[in-house]
Design a protein around this ligand. Structure first.
Ligand code: G3P
Ligand code: MG
Length: 248
């Protein structure tokens, strides 16, 4: 049901490093995390890059949109300085480069497909195609060496399913809605990823009894982590890799 690690570093290194950068992946690894979640979006020229926000302004300074910017120009942008001066010059990474780094260091990946508005299907398809090529040497049954896709976008995940059916999927729902099972069935997903704030023990049991894994975001205290694990939640991501160890 959930063959993956239990504690996952959110956006690479949680609060300790600039999200969705190579520095974040290194930071997670230094803290003992061999499991990571990050967000993937398409550049203007259709290249998957790591990015959470579709618009610049928070992690990348200035104005403009990721979907209007070429990958080569995104790679020149500073995605580190916003957090701390010591991260200045940390670039927006290409998804392919992060996959290489993670595979080299044995880091398992939850790849969140994060489409810019209006390009959901294209993002799901392109990320899935590239992922399939990057993992072509891995057996389809080798769960720990294949990534797990997730997305809030049903259509992006459907497109990923069509393009790369052998890469597993989890569906992200902020609040679990009544149609959760139908969604998971149509996606042939193996897990439901949801906000721990709205999850209940009863709902956890229902999803688990349905044969699916339950993953929660973003759990930042050990007390809450203990509580939801007690409910039967399989795994969670955390920003507080300083408070919640990988072997929690
Ligand atoms: O994949 C879990 C979590 O990352 C979803 O929310 O906004 O942090 O990408 P967000
Ligand atoms: Mg995410």
């Amino acid at each position: 049901m959930w063959p993956y690690p239990k504690v996952i570093a959110h956006r690479g290194g949680g609060i300790l490093a600039p999200e969705n950068t190579l520095a974040a992946m290194r930071c997670g690894l230094e803290h003992g995390f061999a499991a990571v979640e990050f967000d993937v979006m398409l550049s203007k020229d259709g290249i998957p890059v790591l990015m959470h926000d579709p618009e610049f302004g928070r992690t990348v300074s200035g104005h403009g949109a990721v979907a209007d910017t070429l990958a080569a120009d995104l790679q020149k942008k500073d995605a580190g300085k916003w957090l701390a001066e010591r991260f200045a010059g940390e670039p927006v990474p290409l998804y392919a480069d992060i996959v290489h780094f993670c595979r080299q260091h044995g880091i398992w990946m939850n790849v969140e497909i994060k489409p810019a508005p209006g390009v959901e299907e294209e993002t799901g398809r392109v990320v899935a195609e590239q992922t399939q090529a990057l993992f072509a040497d891995v057996a389809v049954t080798d769960d720990l060496h294949l990534p797990l896709f997730s997305s809030f976008s049903f259509s992006a995940l459907m497109a990923a399913k069509h393009a790369a059916p052998t890469i597993p999927r989890g569906f992200l729902m902020d609040k679990v809605t009544r149609d959760w099972k139908a969604c998971l069935q149509e996606l042939a997903a193996r897990a439901l990823h949801t906000n721990h704030k709205y999850l209940t023990p009863e709902m956890t049991k229902e999803i688990k009894d349905g044969g699916y894994g339950v993953f929660c975001y973003t759990v930042n205290t050990p007390e809450r982590a203990t509580e939801i694990l007690h409910w039967g939640v399989d795994a969670f991501c955390t920003d507080r890799i300083d408070l919640i160890p990988a072997d929690f």
